[in-house]
Structures are given as C-alpha cells and as structure tokens.
Design a binder for this molecule. Structure first.
Ligand code: AMP
Length: 357
C-alpha cells in the first residue's frame, strides 16, 4: 500500500471552501445534490465528448463546473489544480472503472473514504476472507465444473454490472456457455430474494448505533437491482423452455427498485454491518462512508452475502429525498447528503484527514 501524504495536502486546504468532485455518471446527481444542499462547491469530471446536457434538466444537482479530459489518464496530471480548489474526490463504481484501480489509488488528491479498501474488494479471495471473518455467510464456492450438480452462477473476474454471468445446472450447461480462457469463479446459485443493504459508517459521530471504538453505523436504505433479462424472463416462458431455443438469462443491471425488509431481520442486518466494519479496521485500517452488502435471503430467513461494494452504490439513487429508514434518522437524507454531512463535520472540526485518504 503506497502512503499518500493526505495530511500534508489537507493542511493547505481552506476547510471553508471545499469542492466535491466526482465522475459524471453513476450516482453523481445524488452526490452533487447532497453537496449543494450542504453548501459545497461541485465539480464533475468527464472524459471525451460525453453528452452531459442532462445536468441542465436537474438544477438542484447540476455541478458548478465540468472538467473534460480526452482520456482518464490525464486526471492524475491535474492533481495540483484540484488541490488548489480544495477538492475532495467522492469515488463511485464508474469512476474507479474509468480510471482503473491502479491509477485511482495513486491519484494525489484527497479521496473521501479509504482508498486501500480496493485491494480487498477486487480480490475475491481477500473479500471472502474478510466477510467470513465478519461472521457473514457467503454462497458456497465450487472448485471445479465437474462438481456442478445443482444450479450455480458463473462470474467472470472484473465483470461489471453482472455482464456475461450465466447460470448452469450441470457440467454440460457450463461447457455450452463458458468463454474459454476467461478467468471466472463458480458459486452456488442461492435461491431466495435479493436485498442490497446500504450502510453508512461515520468515524466522527458518537451517537446512534455504535461499533465499539470505531464510530457510528447506519442503514440508510435498501434496493433491489433490476437486471436484464433475468428479472422479466418469466413473461415469456420457463428458463428450460427458453434455453432450448438458445435464450439464456443475463444479469445486466438496468435500474433499481426501492425495498424494505422484514423488521425481524434488522438485528441481523446490523450484526453483519458491524462485523464488516470491525474486521475492516483489523485488515486495512477501516472501511468508512457508504458501503453495500449484496444479499439473498433464503426461505429459512438466512442471509447469504454474495458481494460487498465499499463505496456509494447506484442502488441509493431512488432515495434522493430520503428512504423509509433514513427518514427515521433525519428528514430528506440521501446517501449523498450523508456524505456531505460527514465532510462538513470533519471540515468544521479539523478532522478531514480522519475521513480522507
Ligand atoms: P454481482 O456482480 O456479484 O453483484 O452479481 C450480479 C447479479 O447476479 C446479482 O445482482 C444477482 O442478481 C446475481 N447473483 C450474484 N451472485 C449470486 C448467487 N450466488 N446466487 C444467486 N444470484 C446471484
């Protein structure tokens, strides 16, 4: 892990004049909307000639400024300029995808959250180790295609938004669909209902639900992803009938649906979030800010967690005006607002180096 002198950069910042910057995509409307509500300046980063006129349609979220690059590889070269504007980058999945993990972790601008979590999130073995130590149950991993004797899901490494994933119920179905030579993992296809739990951990707040010695844990909202074509496949037939004519289910995220979960499952929701936060401090110095556990609840009411996202997820976007959960914490509080509150509090109390890396 390379160490950025984030304390040195922040020592020169005017904490009363911070600019919140992020890539123009994913959850940027929500991030800018939250930042503007709390009085921050805002800056969108974009590459190429991407059409960004949609911002004009949403004046309460429209960034104050847009910087365009020919290529994302130019961003690191603009670090000094960004620091001169007291910029804090709020990362999201698309920003990291555009820039690539290796250059993102080296960018010489304060990043909200712990950039070192990327190592743990992108390496499936490290991720499993972390989550299992946190007391979370994950889907069973299947070592070899020959062992497939129940439905499995095959995931290509680094695949974004579920692209290319497929289901197989036996070794023959695996052979028919696999792209040879592409690194992948095979895991049990968990039968149940999906809940994507949006947590927020603040290192600054000492009230509410506390994770011993680490700070506050909140659960701000829950969504379910809408995935094409699997989520509407049943409109035209059974998976078996469709496979016979060459139509296989796919898992490409196209949108998000708001959810609430049975109240009796909330104790477990908080136990899982607490375990993940506690273990993150032992492993890589902590995971704070927004994160998401992607779960499936089985008919026995048990959670299986198939993925963690260690930053804001697009599934928080249905809750710009708050969710049934965040409403019980504060009115109209999206994850974007919550991030801005954390940065505001850190700026006002001289603790920006506690929440940025
Ligand atoms: P991921 O990229 O890991 O978030 O997975 C993409 C989608 O595949 C998820 O949103 C789920 O719909 C589905 N999925 C992933 N893992 C499993 C699993 N073990 N069992 C059932 N469905 C899964």
């Amino acid at each position: 892990m390379g160490e950025q002198p984030v304390g040195d950069w922040l020592a020169n910042y005017d904490a009363g004049d911070i600019t919140i910057a992020t890539a123009a995509s994913h959850s940027s409307l929500q991030i800018f909307h939250g930042a503007k509500k709390l009085g921050f300046k805002t800056l969108a980063l974009a590459s190429g000639d991407r059409d960004l006129r949609y911002y004009d349609a949403f004046p309460e979220a429209r960034p104050d400024e847009i910087w365009r690059f020919d290529d994302w590889s130019e961003l690191p070269g603009r670090a000094e300029e960004l620091r001169a504007r007291n910029a804090i980058i709020v990362p999201h999945g698309s920003l990291i995808e555009y820039m690539g993990t290796a250059s993102f972790v080296k960018v010489e601008v304060p990043v909200y959250g712990n950039r070192h979590v990327l190592d743990f999130e992108s390496d499936r073995d490290k991720e499993r180790d972390w989550l299992e130590a946190a007391g979370v149950t994950m889907p069973r991993a299947i070592a070899s295609p020959a062992d497939i004797d129940e439905p499995v899901i095959v995931k290509y490494h680094g695949a974004k938004g579920g692209k290319g994933f497929f289901i197989a119920k036996n070794p023959e179905e695996y052979e028919r669909q696999i792209q040879k030579g592409e690194p992948h993992t095979i895991q049990e296809f968990v039968m149940g209902t999906r809940y994507y739990l949006h947590y927020f951990h603040s290192r600054l707040d000492e009230d509410g639900f506390q994770v011993d010695g680490c700070g506050q844990l909140q659960m701000l909202s829950i969504d379910r992803r809408d995935e094409s074509n699997i989520d509407e496949l049943n409109r035209i037939g059974s998976i078996n009938e469709l496979a016979a004519v060459g139509i296989d289910p796919t898992f490409v995220v196209t949108g998000n649906i708001p959810m609430v979960i049975r109240e009796s499952l909330l104790p477990k929701v908080f136990q899982m979030g607490e375990g993940v936060v506690r273990e993150s401090y032992d492993r890589f110095g902590g995971l704070w800010g927004p994160f998401c556990l992607e779960t499936i609840v089985t008919p026995d009411l048990e959670f299986k967690v198939f993925e963690i996202s260690a930053r804001i997820v697009a599934g928080t976007n249905p809750f710009i005006q708050g969710s049934p959960y965040s409403e019980m914490i504060g009115p109209g509080m999206s994850t974007g607002v919550r991030i801005a509150q954390d940065i505001r509090k850190a700026a006002e109390t001289g603790r920006l180096a506690t929440i940025c890396t």
